[in-house]
Design a protein around this ligand. Structure first.
Ligand SMILES: [Zn+2]
Length: 432
């Protein structure tokens, strides 16, 4: 017994070693750097949804897929998975509270239709006070579906400004979905005795698309493994030290780079039992719309696992050669990955920031909602990352070695799932 055990162990470590050598050869740091450099360059203008910058990024990703030799998804003529959304922008807005008109930079509103409120009893007036959890209370008010006048304490000025800036670019929703009529005000009010809101809007239907390609499975073509990352970012922000382009090098050019690199890796290996889909999602930053649409185009039970890759540009809080997995405890996905890394020094940890709600904050959530073991792999120290969602999220602030090591670890750790040997347990369909 013992002898056999030793032989098997030796064999296993030889294979692990062979795989590790392969992965180093097939995922080269120079190529990783070339891809992320292109995606996060200033000429992509921050890859904001509905801008020429993102079109440029899309063309680059398509050209990479083509070069690698991916094929479009079944039923698609190209790598573009097209759909349309309804975009609503504010036309005119005036707000007064207790008879006093409020300045334009302290208000914003959204809704599918124009509205006029005059101390309307149907409108719920909600205050987020300084001692409350902003993210939680904001989420509650904006998901209530009710006509809402939301008053935010000036302590949350930064969050207010960020949300207002993005809302001014438009609220986006799927066709047929009604946007909650809401007016948001920054200010302190002891009592609201009267209010008046007049809101007019403009509605358009701009096109969107994910960029998806696949490698058909050799023996289990009806079982799918997905590698995804979002290629959109925030575009142009208020200038900081003369720079206004939010390059989104970490968020999420790094994840998109991983998707392209993994496509190249698996195409070269040419031995995937299951079909692998590589998808660069659009419109993540404005509501994960690309992945939501994608989830409506697949049969969830056929998807065995989803690797979503977000922000792998800097060493994690556990040091180099480590990353964390969101929703680790929701399936045995993480355990399988770790098992495949035996003999290497890379380690996957459960998400160390549960209070940040990261499981719901990226494209994996769109697939987890329908039961797919869909998890996000990241190395970002989100609690202290000063560059997150700023113009400073540039390639020069990243460690390309960390990106390369993480991509290689994902390649190694995914291999038994791609080979049809391991199948992660399903996650419970999500409550939101
Ligand atoms: Zn992101």
């Amino acid at each position: 017994m013992k002898k056999i055990f030793i032989v098997i162990t030796a064999l296993l470590s030889v294979t692990a070693c062979a795989f590790a050598q392969n992965v180093d050869k097939l995922i080269k740091q120079k190529n990783v750097e070339r891809i992320i450099k292109t995606l996060s360059a200033d000429d992509m203008q921050g890859r904001a949804t509905f801008t020429p910058g993102i079109e440029k990024a899309a063309r680059f990703i398509e050209s990479e897929y083509k070069k690698i030799g991916l094929v479009p998804l079944t039923g698609n003529a190209s790598f573009r998975q097209n759909f349309t959304m309804v975009r609503t922008t504010t036309g005119k807005l005036t707000v007064s509270i207790n008879g006093k008109n409020l300045p334009a930079d302290s208000i914003f509103a959204s809704g599918s239709e124009a509205f006029n409120w005059k101390t309307d009893p149907d409108v719920q007036v909600v205050q987020i006070t300084a001692d409350e959890n902003f993210r939680q209370e904001y989420g509650k008010a904006t998901r209530s579906g009710k006509k809402t006048l939301l008053l935010i304490d000036p302590k949350f000025n930064d969050s207010f400004t960020r949300i207002r800036d993005s809302k001014l670019k438009g609220s986006v929703a799927f066709k047929g979905k009604t946007l909650q009529p809401i007016t948001i005000v920054l200010g302190k009010f002891d009592q609201v005795t009267s209010f008046e809101v007049s809101y007019e809007n403009k509605v358009e239907e701009p096109p969107l698309f994910n960029i998806a390609g696949m490698i058909p499975g050799k023996t289990k073509p009806d079982e799918y493994v997905i590698f995804g990352g979002h290629y959109d970012h925030l575009g142009i922000l208020k200038p900081m030290e003369g720079d206004s382009i939010a390059n989104g090098a970490d968020d999420d050019a790094s994840g998109t780079t991983a998707v392209i690199s993994l496509a190249k890796y698996y195409k070269k290996l040419h031995n995937n039992a299951r079909t692998i889909i590589f998808v660069a999602f659009c419109a993540e930053e404005i509501g994960e719309f690309g992945s939501q649409y994608f989830a409506t185009q697949v049969q969830p039970y056929k998807i065995v696992a989803m690797f979503n890759i977000e922000m792998i540009g800097k060493a994690s809080k556990f040091g180099t050669n480590s990353a964390f997995i969101t929703g680790y405890e929701r399936s045995d996905f993480g355990k399988i990955l770790q098992k495949n890394l035996e003999g290497t020094s890379f380690k996957f940890y459960p998400d160390p920031y549960p209070q940040q709600d990261l499981f719901y904050r990226s494209d994996n959530a769109s697939l987890a909602r329908v039961g797919v073991p869909a998890h996000t792999i990241s190395t970002d120290q989100i609690d202290i990352d000063k560059y997150y969602h700023t113009v400073k999220d540039e390639l020069s602030t990243l460690d390309v070695n960390n990106i390369t090591l993480t991509i290689r670890a994902i390649a190694l750790s995914s291999r038994s799932i791609v080979a049809g040997v391991d199948t992660p347990t399903r996650v419970a369909k999500l409550e939101r």
